[in-house]
Design a protein. Structure first.
Length: 317
C-alpha cells in the first residue's frame, strides 16, 4: 500500500507535534507500506480544509531518525532532497510545506511528491495531538481537513487522532501502543474497503490512557455526536486604560480596538458529551476506547429538502 502521510501539527516538535514520529516508526517497522510524508512546516490546527488562496508555498526537506521515535531533532531543512541522508537506512525523509495547510499538503503530496497521483493509494492524516470527536472538533479539524482534501484528490483517506486526558505529555509506551493499534486499524479498514464504495473517509480516535494495549483496547464503529458550543469561543477583554488609545492625528482613527481572547470552554463541552446518551464518538473515546466513524467528503444531504423543486417567492409581502 502506497501511503501519503500528512497532519495539521507539522513536523516533529517536542511541544506542537510530539506524536507523529511514533507512528512513522511503527509504519516503517511493522508494515510494508511505501510511505511518503508531506506535512505543514509549522502547526496549522483548527483550520479545517482551508487553503491560503493566492499564496505560493515552498517545500523543504528534513531527515529524522527512525529508530528513535522520541527524538524530534532532524537534519535540515534543505531546499532539495539530500541523497546522503536519503541513503541512510535509519533516516526518513519529510517534505515540509512552508505556508501550507493540511489540505495543501495533501494536494502537494498526492500530485507532486509521490511521482504522480497514480502512485498514492491512501492519504493518512495525523496523528492529531488530541481527539477529533464530536461535530465541534471534527468540523474544525485540520487533520480531518487533510483527509477530506485527499478524498477530493480522488484518494481514499483516513484521519487519525490520539486522545489524551491530562495533556499530551504521555509516556512513550502509550504512544508506542497507540501507534501499533493505529496501523492495525488502518490496515483492516483498507483490506475491507472494496466492499464499502459509499465510504470515502474514516476518522479514527485512539485513546492515550494507561491501559492502552493492542489486543485489549476496545474499538467501536460509532457515529459523530452532533453538539454545539454553549457560549462564545472568545472572552472579551476589558480595556485597562481607554486613554492609552493610539489616535491618528490626521483623521482621528485609532489603531487599538476591543480585544477578544481565544478561550473556548472545553470543560463544558466535555461534560455535555459525558452526559449524552447513546454510543457516539465523543462518548466512547471519553470512556477510553478507540472509535471509527465512516464519512463522505461532503456536507450531509437532507433529501426531503433537496428534492422539492423550484422555490417561488411571495412578491406581495
Amino acid at each position: 500500500m502506497r501511503v501519503l502521510l500528512t497532519n495539521d501539527d507539522g513536523g516533529p516538535n517536542d511541544l506542537t507535534s510530539p506524536f507523529i514520529k511514533y507512528l512513522v516508526s511503527a509504519i516503517i517497522k511493522y508494515t510494508d507500506w511505501d510511505l511518503t510524508i508531506c506535512v505543514p512546516f509549522s502547526q496549522k490546527s483548527w483550520i479545517g480544509k482551508a487553503h491560503f488562496a493566492d499564496k505560493d508555498v515552498t517545500v523543504k526537506y528534513i531527515y529524522t531518525s527512525i529508530s528513535k521515535p522520541e527524538d524530534n531533532s532532524f537534519h535540515g531543512p534543505f531546499p532539495r532532497p539530500q541523497e546522503k541522508y536519503k541513503s541512510n537506512p535509519d533516516l526518513k525523509e519529510w517534505c515540509l510545506v512552508d505556508n501550507g495547510t493540511p489540505a495543501t499538503c495533501a494536494d502537494i503530496g498526492v500530485n507532486h511528491m509521490c511521482g504522480g497521483r497514480d502512485n498514492v493509494d491512501l492519504v493518512l492524516s495525523g496523528p492529531n495531538v488530541g481527539r477529533n470527536s464530536t461535530a465541534l472538533y471534527a468540523l474544525s479539524s485540520g487533520t480531518i481537513g487533510g483527509a477530506m482534501e485527499g478524498c477530493h484528490q480522488g484518494k481514499r483517506s483516513i484521519a487519525l487522532s490520539y486522545s489524551y486526558v491530562d495533556g499530551p505529555n504521555v509516556p512513550a509506551e502509550w504512544l508506542t501502543e497507540a501507534s501499533l493499534i493505529s496501523i492495525k486499524i488502518i490496515q483492516k479498514l483498507w483490506d475491507s474497503w472494496n466492499d464499502k464504495d459509499d465510504v470515502q473517509i474514516y476518522t479514527v480516535n485512539v485513546p492515550l490512557v494507561e491501559n492502552v494495549k493492542l489486543g485489549k483496547t476496545k474499538i467501536y464503529h460509532v457515529p459523530i455526536l452532533e453538539n454545539e458550543w454553549g457560549n462564545s469561543l472568545f472572552h472579551k477583554e476589558e480595556p485597562k486604560n481607554s486613554s492609552s488609545e493610539h489616535i491618528d492625528i490626521v483623521d482621528g482613527s485609532v489603531s487599538d480596538g476591543i480585544v477578544f481572547k481565544w478561550k473556548p470552554d472545553y470543560d463544558s463541552v466535555h461534560k455535555a458529551v459525558d452526559a449524552s446518551v447513546g454510543l457516539t464518538d465523543g462518548k466512547v473515546v471519553g470512556q477510553g476506547h478507540a472509535t471509527i466513524t465512516a464519512l463522505r467528503a461532503n456536507f450531509k444531504h437532507i433529501d426531503r429538502e433537496n428534492h422539492c423543486g423550484e422555490m417561488i417567492l411571495d412578491l406581495e409581502s
